[in-house]
Design a protein around this ligand. Structure first.
Ligand code: DUC
Ligand code: ZN
Ligand code: ZN
Length: 485
């Protein structure tokens, strides 16, 4: 067989093994792996790591928040930045706003993504208006189209779903092959804290963290687990920021429930002290859930290592440090009027590699699982993405493990005017990125044109490989929530 391209002599890693050899690509697929493969076009990967392209499944691109602020990145800048960070697939959110139908929301995001993305893409829906039609007709129709995951909120007045609505949603997703994702924070606790802090004049950015106490996440995670396990539905907790939240996820998994969890770089590399920078600088570090403390950083490494959390995502939510973003309520905005979110799509994988693999906190195989394989499998792409194997999409990031660079906002490729990781020294960067056989990034340059990425229809949710099948004797015969509906 003649190949289009051979990547020669690299160290090839998957989620479970590492070996040396060549990878041959033909028609956008991995066509062969072995030694001595040849093609007219070759890339010498001697001394380099040949890894599955990253799959970034939590990012906000060209998305209006409930308060109307638009993210700084569109599908072009967002996907370009993701590509320079070693990613080949992105799954941002398509947000339904109240009063809007799900098909209308999807049309808006199709129009934003298709002409602009340089990488393969899909979306998770955000459901804020769970009408009967939305739950029983529009979401199943979206699943049929291959959009098999969606997010709901247990907080924010403009987005919150009630526990009763949540149960309807979980059962519908369970029965139709969907994966429900949830933002778990207790709305009442946060509103109560915000009101009291603001009334007393505590309005600086650092009070954002005070207003979102750890217990508000823990309460909501526990309640979410109770609701999902009651109806035996799968549920993924995004952006877990507390040890107790992650422990609750781990405990539910040990009991055999289809519960999954994600954490993000900000909870592993930053702390709430960053919110206490001079002037309004702390606004750059306002995200929800908020940054925590140094102990939480250690806890998150432990949970990723132990497998209690399966996903590590950027939660890239880029709002510039100007009147279009963080400072839309003025030069010194009160903490409750600062757009929530941090940028980080380009640094997600390099930070984990440098702080994790290079410093011996995780293995290279765990790095691959956390940046690509687990996301592919949980989000219905595990049959074609997230691993380097014959027949899979040729989605590959070639990393130079010895390359050292200091992070500056100016050198990143997003549309942001700051990075929370300014000045960080990172060792190990992707140097060549290939998506379905197309060279996207090479030699520090973007090679792909806007709109060259493809929409990826995803398969129904399948927990195989994450949880053991339940033996009949493990069935909970008292659980009528799961039995009757
Ligand atoms: N939730 C997110 O996932 N990202 C930004 C803000 C939020 O509430
Ligand atoms: Zn969220
Ligand atoms: Zn997010």
């Amino acid at each position: 067989m003649s190949f289009d391209l051979v990547i020669k002599g690299g160290t090839i890693a998957s989620a479970c093994a590492t070996s040396k050899g060549d990878v041959a690509i033909k028609d956008g697929k991995i066509a062969a792996m072995g030694l001595g493969l040849e093609a007219p076009n070759t890339i010498d990967a001697t001394g380099k790591l040949v890894l599955p392209g990253g799959i970034e499944t939590h990012c906000h691109i060209a998305q209006e928040s409930a308060t109307g602020a638009m993210t700084a990145d569109d599908y072009h800048t967002g996907s370009v930045s993701a590509a320079f960070g070693g990613n080949t697939t992105i799954v941002p959110f398509a947000a339904q706003h109240r009063g809007q139908t799900i098909p209308d929301a999807l049309k808006i995001y199709d129009d934003r993504a298709a002409p602009n993305s340089v990488l393969d893409y899909s979306y998770h829906l955000i459901v804020t208006d769970p009408t009967d039609a939305a739950i029983n007709e529009d979401l199943p129709a979206a699943f049929q189209r291959g959009i098999t995951s969606f997010k709901v909120f247990m907080t924010y007045d403009k987005m919150i779903v009630s526990d009763e609505q949540f149960l309807d949603i979980l059962v519908m997703a369970r029965d139709n092959g969907g994966l429900t994702m949830v933002h778990a924070e207790n709305n009442a606790m946060i509103k109560w804290m915000v009101r009291r802090l603001i009334e007393r004049g505590y309005d600086a950015p650092k009070y954002h963290a005070v207003s979102h106490p750890a217990v508000s996440e823990v309460e909501a995670v526990q309640r979410g687990i109770a609701l999902a396990s009651f109806v035996e539905a799968p549920l993924l907790f995004v952006h877990i920021s507390t040890d107790a939240g992650a422990r609750a996820v781990a405990k539910a998994r040990m009991a055999g429930h289809m519960i999954f969890g994600e954490t993000c770089p900000q909870y592993m590399f930053l702390t709430a002290q960053d919110l206490d920078r001079p002037g309004a600088e702390g606004a750059k570090f306002c995200c929800s859930p908020p940054l925590r403390d140094r102990q939480t950083q250690t806890d998150m490494w432990r949970h990723l290592n132990a497998g209690s959390l399966q996903l590590y995502s950027s939660d890239h939510a880029p709002y510039r440090f100007d009147a279009t973003g963080k400072l839309s309520a003025g030069e010194n905005p009160p903490f409750n009027r600062i757009a929530n979110g941090l940028p980080g799509i380009e640094l997600r994988a390099p930070l984990l590699f440098s702080e994790g693999v290079q410093k011996g906190r995780i293995t290279l195989e765990q790095f691959v699982a956390l940046t690509a394989t687990n996301a592919a499998r949980l989000f219905g792409m595990g049959d074609r993405k997230g691993t380097i194997a014959v027949g899979y999409d040729a989605d590959i990031a070639i990393w130079d493990p010895a390359m050292r660079r200091q992070v500056t906002a100016a050198a990143l490729h997003d549309n942001m005017d700051y990075t929370p990781f300014e000045g960080w020294d990172i060792t190990g960067w992707p140097v060549t990125v290939i998506n379905q056989g197309r060279i996207i990034v090479d030699g520090g340059e973007m090679k792909a044109t806007a709109g060259s990425g493809s929409f990826i229809p995803r398969k129904p949710f399948d927990a195989t490989g994450f949880l053991p099948p339940r033996a009949p004797e493990m069935a909970d015969t008292t659980n009528f929530g799961a039995k009757l509906f």
